[in-house]
Structure formats: C-alpha cells, structure tokens
Design a protein around this ligand. Sequence first.
Ligand SMILES: [Zn+2]
Length: 256
Amino acid sequence: MTLHISPIHAFQDNYIWCLYSGKHGVVVDPGDAKPVLAFFKEHGLTLSDILLTHHHWDHTNGLPELVAAFSNVKVWGPHSDKIHGIDCVLGEGDMVSLPSIACDFSVIEVPGHTLDHIAYYGSAGLFCGDTLFSAGCGRLFEGSPAQMEHSLAKLRALPPATNVFCTHEYTLANLKFATTVEPLNTDLLEYQRWAIAQREQHKPTLPSTLAKELAVNPFLRCQQPPVMTAVNQHWNTQQAGEHSVFAGLRRWKDQF
Ligand SMILES: [Zn+2]
C-alpha cells in the first residue's frame, strides 16, 4: 500500500507530520491532539504509533489525549526525564519498526536545540524536529554550538535525495537571514522566490530535500568561503574553523 505523508497544521507554524497507509497512521511530534484527531477522523485512520523528537511542549502536549483516544498506541522517543509516557526509549543507531505502515527508521542523536533531541531517518525521509529547518537550524536552548554543529554534520552526511520534514514553517524568515549572509547565492535567491510564491498560496514549503538544504542553508555551508567571509565581516573576526564559523553564524541569527 502507498505511504502518504501529510502535514497537520498546529498552533501558529507547527507541522505535525502524519505518515499513513491504508487505515493506519503514525504522527511525529503531536504538540496538539485536536488537529490530529480531526485529520484521523476525516481520513478514517487509526493511530498506531507516535514518534517524538524532543521534550518541548509544542511537540509533546497532545500525547495523553491521543493515547487515550486510540487503543494500543506505541510511543517512541528519546532518553529524557522531561517526557512522560514513552514506551520505547531510543538512542543512537536504534531501529524503529512500524509494521502498521510498513516503514522503518533508524535513530540519530542530534543534541543542540535540546540535549534529548533525536531524529528519525528512513526511506520515508528525515524527521528532524527542531534541529534542521529549511534554510535554518534550531536555536540552542540546551546544547553548545559545537554539539549542534556535530549533529548537523551527521544529517549533512545523509543521501542528498533525502526528503527533510521539519516541524516548523520558518522558511521565509530563515531565507531573509540566509540571503543577508549569502546575497549572491543564485540557488538561494531562486529558492526564496519559490518559497514566497508557495506561502502566498498558503502552501507549505516543506518537505525540503537535503540537496536543496546543502545549496541554500547557511548552517550547512559553514565551510563555504562566502559564508565564512560574511560571518567574519559581521563580527569583525578572522575565524577559519568550521565550528567557530557555525557559532558566529548562530549568534548572528539569534540577534537578527
Ligand atoms: Zn523545540
């Protein structure tokens, strides 16, 4: 049976990704149960599994209501003392098997945005929570720049054709910053035109692909001379190391 992947809109700009096949569905990071329940009712689906990437409330708050609304829901998530109700605790390299939708994922630990953050990677794509956004990356609430850079390096090494399912529609704001960093990047400018047109039609800009992000996302491009130069000019420094460029870029974006 075909696997469908749809964004369920929640709050201002969250996407709760729903993977469904036949009569079964799985959701990633359900911060709110209501839109999920409405989507499942509309499509006649039964919830079999919930995948969580990190402890933030806008990714986890829907959990109790969803677990109560369906029987035998399996909850997968990271080692975290801040999330209650995880059935299968996951760490680096663990496999997630979802027979209800014939889908498997492997787990990648990606600390930085939070220390408990994990991502799910499989043939369906990369579900990266708040670690990687289109043309941006998550804020460092708990981890260090070096941790986040290391986490992003793991994601950067995945096959370029990988679809990237981020959990927020932050693309236009991120592109404003990215085009300030790399005003001459033609891939970036073309992507910005496309993204503006998408949003004007109220369509999501996601999923992205890793190939696209490698071409436009400054946080994956810290080794590229134009990004290095822009960061050094902004802070009036002469950093050459990828880690210090990343740290300078993240700090710049925080104040942008
Ligand atoms: Zn978060």
